[in-house]
Design a protein around this ligand. Structure first.
Ligand code: IMP
Ligand code: MG
Length: 185
């Protein structure tokens, strides 16, 4: 697996140091409020586990699973919810966690649906990574771990075709991995 990585963008210790800062900010911002975190699976799993253990609040945790990619490295633009029901967040302050803000389509779809159907008190967005590119729909993330260039990254929850999520760091794949990915595993 490590042979498939061209270079490391963020080492595990760098990520965890940044999560200390993000968690401190979130703890300050939500003190005295009833916070519900909604993690977008599977990409935010590692981010969620490490971030939430640093937040010093009695929060609730829910999750949602959506797909906007169906393999490959380009968003299909189509966001499908894997569950029909939404978490019960009526009157609660919601923080949506996702791995990466790319086109913004996924987080927009989730936020719009929560606002339309779940009556939360507020909705904010927290992403580990944000790509520097024009968004399909302008979306402001409230908490951002790192800003990165417009390149495809894997590890620490992020996948290429469902693989590499378990790398402990964030890295860039070798181009030949993309080109041979049509072959059977
Ligand atoms: P969106 O384009 O902002 O809707 O992003 C949708 C999803 O695409 C993210 O939640 C990720 O799962 C995935 N994604 C976008 N960019 C990358 C990347 O560089 N590596 C791995 N997954 C990505
Ligand atoms: Mg993905």
């Amino acid at each position: 697996m490590l042979n498939d990585i061209e270079r490391t963008l963020y080492h595990e210790q760098t990520i965890l140091r940044r999560l200390d800062e993000l968690a401190a900010q979130i703890t300050t911002d939500y003190t005295g409020r009833d916070l519900t975190v909604i993690a977008v699976l599977n990409g935010s799993l590692f981010f969620m586990a490490d971030l939430l253990r640093r937040i010093q609040l009695p929060l609730r945790l829910d999750s949602l699973s959506v797909s906007s990619y169906h393999g490959g490295t380009q968003s299909t633009g189509l966001v499908t919810f894997d569950q029909t029901s939404l978490p019960d967040v009526e009157g609660r302050h919601v923080l949506i966690l996702d791995d990466i803000l790319d086109t913004g389509l996924t987080l927009n779809a989730i936020r719009d649906r929560l606002l339309a159907e779940a009556s939360p008190a507020s909705v904010r967005i927290c992403v580990l990574l944000r790509k520097e590119k024009p968004r399909a729909r302008e979306l402001e993330a409230d908490y951002v771990g790192f800003d990165i260039g417009d390149e495809f990254v894997v590890g620490y929850g992020l996948d290429f075709d469902e693989r590499y999520r378990n790398l402990p760091f964030i890295g860039v794949l070798k181009p030949e991995v993309f080109s041979t990915s049509a072959l059977p595993d």
